[in-house]
Design a protein around this ligand. Structure first.
Ligand SMILES: Cc1cc2nc3c(=O)[nH]c(=O)nc-3n(C[C@H](O)[C@H](O)[C@H](O)COP(=O)(O)OP(=O)(O)OC[C@H]3O[C@@H](n4cnc5c(N)ncnc54)[C@H](O)[C@@H]3O)c2cc1C
Length: 225
């Protein structure tokens, strides 16, 4: 790690998702001379979303699918601050945080990921569970979503992520009496080769998931779409 006397610039990374986890690894292998690195992230473990369906299905454990950011930072010689950035003051080059006093920076990298715009579908914010942020989805799943027999579960979105999650949930809930429906605004797996789409339809059918294509969800209410 750099000593205080050698530090000439403060590089602050906000968000401990996929992008910054890789940046940290690359910077550890090829350090920027004189830069002190700080990572700000609300959680000390960040999920690898590509493995989330496998976690839901029960193929993996939490520790298989999450990156320990505190450990990664320790290895990379990076300061780790567990916090949420609430505001940015570019004139003062300061970040405001939920827990800590303002944090100064010379260079800033913001990568706080994406989240679905729930408000474009009336009722979605009240009655749906967004898959992003992934960490919150996993907590909701663990807290009982989908674990009671006989539940009717609707998955909205027929891209690769929605399809993988539908298959994973069907696997996890096999024999529980739960019924699953996958709603696609257009066709399943838009943009994929028709053979991939056919294989996906077969897999969905085998696991007993009902597929609704060309079914754009216009509103979510308690217990119905
Ligand atoms: C089910 C599913 C499966 C997927 N599978 C794949 C796959 O197989 N391959 C693939 O390439 N992509 C996959 N993706 C897409 C992938 O998740 C995203 O492309 C990727 O996460 C984007 O990385 P990111 O670092 O930009 O954001 P994220 O990984 O979303 O990370 C954002 C981080 O910012 C933090 N943050 C948010 N707000 C603040 C704040 N105010 N202050 C500080 N920190 C904050 C969050 O806690 C989070 O840690 C999948 C997505 C889903 C939902």
């Amino acid at each position: 790690m750099l000593t205080a006397t050698e530090i000439t610039r403060d590089l602050v990374l906000v968000g401990g998702g996929h992008a910054h986890a890789l940046v940290l690894r690359m910077l550890a292998m090829d350090p920027v001379p004189g830069a002190r690195l700080t990572l700000v992230s609300p959680a000390s473990h960040t999920p690898y979303s590509g493995m989330l369906p496998g976690l839901v299905a029960g193929h993996y454990r939490f520790e298989d699918t999450h990156i320990d950011l505190a450990r990664l930072c320790q290895w990379a010689g990076v300061r780790f601050l567990r916090d949420t950035v609430t505001a940015l003051d570019p004139a003062r080059r300061e970040l405001h945080n939920a827990q800590r006093p303002p944090l100064g920076y010379d260079l800033l990298s913001l990568d706080i990921g994406s989240q679905p715009t729930l408000d474009v579908v009336p009722g979605a914010r009240e009655y749906a569970v967004p898959v992003k942020p992934v960490a919150e989805f996993w907590q909701r799943w663990q807290a009982g979503l989908g674990t009671h027999g006989g539940q009717r579960i609707a998955i909205v979105g027929g891209g690769a992520g929605g399809l993988e999650l539908a298959l994973a949930m069907a696997h996890a809930l096999a024999g529980s009496g739960a019924s699953l429906v996958l709603y696609c605004g257009g066709e399943l797996l838009p943009g994929y080769h028709r053979s991939a789409r056919a294989a996906a339809r077969d897999a969905i059918g085998r696991l007993g998931v009902t597929l609704e294509e060309g079914a754009r969800v216009a509103e979510v209410r308690a217990g119905e779409l």
